[in-house]
Design a protein around this ligand. Structure first.
Ligand SMILES: [Zn+2]
Ligand SMILES: [Zn+2]
Length: 125
């Protein structure tokens, strides 16, 4: 079913960087309940730019050598190649989705500022 209706996706510069996956349900710690994640993807290659502030990374490999790769400008955590990510339909929070475990929140700029204000150990926003 559906096989013959598959269209060839248009050429896209980010094609090799991430692959869309089927939507799934996952726990959202911000909504405090299980939510539908319609937008789910697997990162294919290292990020070459920041999705938050738009900064282009001259040397992504150097950033990925860090324990927790992040944008040097706005501290946006970078997606790791081979890992799955998703966006909560309820609140739009981004998560790293791990099979058999609770998703790990990838805090956006606003959430990072909140954490900064209240101390990094605060897990509930
Ligand atoms: Zn950034
Ligand atoms: Zn949510």
């Amino acid at each position: 079913m559906g096989l013959f209706f598959k269209k060839v996706p248009p050429p896209d510069a980010t094609r090799d960087q991430s692959f869309p996956l089927t939507s799934r349900k996952a726990w959202c710690q911000v909504c405090r309940k299980e939510q539908q994640f319609t937008k789910v993807w697997r990162r294919g290659a290292q990020m070459r730019g920041c999705p938050c502030c738009g900064m282009t990374f001259e040397n992504p490999a150097a950033l990925y050598k860090l324990v927790q790769p992040a944008c040097p400008k706005c501290k946006e955590p970078l997606e790791q190649p081979g890992f799955d990510y998703g966006m909560c339909d309820g609140c739009g929070s981004k998560y790293e989705l791990v099979e058999g475990a609770k998703p790990g929140l990838i805090p956006n700029l606003q959430q990072r500022e909140e954490m900064e204000k209240h101390g990094k150990s605060r897990s509930v926003l």
